[in-house]
Design a protein around this ligand. Structure first.
Ligand SMILES: CCCCC/C=C\C/C=C\CCCCCCCC(=O)SCCNC(=O)CCNC(=O)[C@H](O)C(C)(C)COP(=O)(O)OP(=O)(O)OC[C@H]1O[C@@H](n2cnc3c(N)ncnc32)[C@H](O)[C@@H]1OP(=O)(O)O
Ligand SMILES: NC(=O)C1=CN([C@@H]2O[C@H](COP(=O)(O)OP(=O)(O)OC[C@H]3O[C@@H](n4cnc5c(N)ncnc54)[C@H](OP(=O)(O)O)[C@@H]3O)[C@@H](O)[C@H]2O)C=CC1
Length: 515
């Protein structure tokens, strides 16, 4: 039997961020591979008018749990939600719930975070740094704690080109910074944010770097480990190939390209696109939990979870496979035919933004106004451009991550564990993965049925005819304007027309002679 699966049987696990993209896949794999796990506590907050109970009841109905539902129909009985808000004092956990956690929990997986690049610094600090600090305080008091696994990001120290599996000194003393933002006015914090975060591209990566240092500080008190995934994408195999449930990372851009909205993107085509499938990350997380608890490695281990150094794939190749997949399996009601100009040249990118984003958006909005509808395309493109700007830091550069610890862990796994908790990305076949990613985005994110593909193809053909008609009309109009204004253009035009006439007459005469 698998040692990892056996380890979690009978254990009590606490997961933060369980309602998120990675949290759900983690919970599903844990409950499916270790059906005798004692309990899985999850910290959940009420959100969007839904109570904690309503959110969990809806979540367990999600497609992501279909496989575990089949294997263990009562899997939800193991899930024990705890009302919590990570930005509040004591995580807003009641005294009773807190006591239960302190006496029961064996393993903590800390996934909760704000992953938004444009998060105001104060909120990113409250959640990613102070929330982590409070969770660590709680963990310190857990009587049966065997391992605390913190999910960071491979880009926590993206201000370095080569990133080893070590904790780097923090850019600032965390406590001082937290004290500062606590009393400073929100508008002043916004103003000084660029100065505070220095050469980090956003508040997300900056606060994740600070959190890593806090986690490391606890290594004397209990077994801790940090996992740093790169850009987490749709699943490779589990629970289903291509499973995805949010628009973060590459997913939003892939869909925008499939819809024909995104036609140009600033990327270095030869830079490594460090995508990592979500199921690979989850398998590594569970393996690290087991290894940290059972082998108690000293010193504290950091695991870079990336693909670039082992099985590299470039942005240019991703763009090619995304577009060709969407041509074969189009999304419904595309705005334009999927096509992507990918360049790292700022001016060329700006030219394409004007020609293939802004101009069609303006024309379409004009058409909507004419037909008495509310214009909306320009608004969509403005949001897309804001997102593109925030993401380009990651698409125009390459990083090198070392992976000795991750490779070492692989050697510690039995053949059975290596199969069940596979995180060996050497076996990843990129073109097949990208195809499944695009189809997964269509099915699971946009809820589009594969049976609608013939109609979607028909829609693309209609778009192509509209484009041909539009281009021809435009050419004729420009030419007419030219002819009206320039003697030279008129002369060329008469010359071309007479040449065509002569050619046709010659052709007619020679075919008459042959008969
Ligand atoms: C030719 C194809 C080429 C394909 C190339 C592919 C990818 C290149 C792009 C980038 C990859 C680099 C990523 C680097 C990751 C670094 C590693 C990490 O650790 S990051 C962790 C993950 N975090 C992120 O990825 C966060 C990035 N996102 C953001 O910060 C924000 O989303 C934003 C970019 C600032 C945009 O914010 P905005 O408020 O404008 O939008 P929201 O994302 O909040 O969405 C609002 C709303 O709309 C829904 N939505 C979003 N996109 C789409 C879409 N395409 N179609 C339909 N609906 C969409 C979204 O779900 C929200 O809905 P709701 O409010 O109901 O939740
Ligand atoms: N996705 C990616 O590409 C990568 C992610 N990571 C890391 O992986 C982890 C998980 O990311 P991912 O699943 O993608 O993120 P999601 O945004 O999908 O999920 C975030 C989770 O955190 C919870 N959360 C947010 N704010 C609070 C709060 N105030 N109190 C309690 N819970 C809260 C969310 O709960 P709610 O549902 O209530 O909002 C949700 O469950 C993060 O730590 C992230 O930094 C690292 C590298 C790449």
């Amino acid at each position: 039997m698998s040692s990892i699966a056996a380890y979690y049987n009978g254990k009590t696990v606490l997961i933060t961020g369980a309602t998120g993209f990675m949290g759900k896949v983690l919970m599903e794999k844990l409950l499916r591979s270790s059906p005798d796990v004692e309990a899985v506590y999850i910290l959940v907050r009420p959100k969007a008018g839904q109570s904690m109970q309503e959110r969990v009841a809806n979540m367990v109905k999600s497609k992501v749990f279909d496989r575990v539902r089949e294997d263990c129909p009562n899997f939800q009985e193991k899930i024990k939600p705890i009302n919590a808000e990570l930005t509040q004092p004591n995580l807003a956990i009641s005294a009773k719930d807190s006591q239960e956690l302190l006496s029961q929990v064996n393993v903590v997986f800390h996934c909760a975070a704000t992953v938004r690049f444009d998060e105001p610094l104060k909120h990113a600090l409250l959640l990613n740094v102070m929330g982590t600090q409070q969770l660590l305080l709680l963990a310190r008091q857990m009587q049966k704690l065997e391992a605390f696994i913190h999910i960071s990001t491979a880009y926590a120290y993206c201000n370095k080109r080569i990133i080893d599996e070590v904790i780097y000194p923090p850019p600032v003393e965390t406590k001082k910074l937290c004290d500062l933002v606590e009393w400073l006015d929100e508008s002043i914090i916004q103003e000084i944010t660029p100065k505070l975060i220095g050469d980090w591209p956003n508040t997300y990566t900056y606060t994740k770097a600070l959190a890593e240092y806090l986690v490391q500080q606890e290594k004397e008190h209990f077994n801790v480990a940090i996992i740093r995934p790169s850009i987490v994408g749709a699943s490779w195999h589990e629970p289903f190939p291509g499973w995805i449930d949010n628009f973060h990372g590459a997913s939003g851009m892939i869909i925008a390209a499939g819809k024909g909205i995104l036609q140009t993107l600033k990327v270095n085509n030869d830079a490594v696109a460090d995508l990592i499938p979500v199921d690979v990350v989850i398998n590594l997380i569970l393996a690290v939990g087991w290894y940290t608890a059972v082998h108690r490695p000293k010193p504290m281990m950091v695991y870079n979870c990336t693909t670039g150094g082992i099985n590299p794939f470039c942005w240019g190749e991703i763009g090619y496979h995304v577009i060709s997949t969407f041509k074969r399996n189009p999304l419904e009601q595309a705005f334009r035919i999927p096509k992507a100009q990918m360049t790292s040249n700022h001016l060329i990118n700006q030219y394409w933004i004007t020609v293939s984003h802004k101009a069609p958006a303006m024309l379409y909005d004009f058409y909507l106004r004419l037909t008495g509808r509310k214009p909306r395309m320009m608004k969509i493109f403005n949001r897309l451009h804001k997102s593109m700007m925030l993401l380009e830091y990651f698409t125009c550069q390459s990083w090198e991550w070392s992976s000795e610890n991750t490779n070492m862990l692989m050697t510690q796994l039995s053949p059975e564990d290596r199969r069940l908790f596979n995180f060996d990305v050497r076996q990843l076949h990129w073109s097949e993965y990208i195809e499944n990613y695009c189809i997964g985005a269509k099915k699971y994110l946009l809820n589009e049925d594969m049976s609608g593909i013939p109609a979607a193809k028909q829609h693309l053909r209609k778009l192509r005819n509209i484009q041909y008609a539009f281009n021809t009309t435009l050419l004729v109009i420009i030419w007419r304007i030219f002819i009206a204004r320039s003697q030279m253009a008129r002369n060329i035009w008469y010359f071309v027309v007479s040449l065509c006439y002569k050619f046709l007459s010659y052709f007619r005469a020679s075919s008459t002679l042959r008969h």
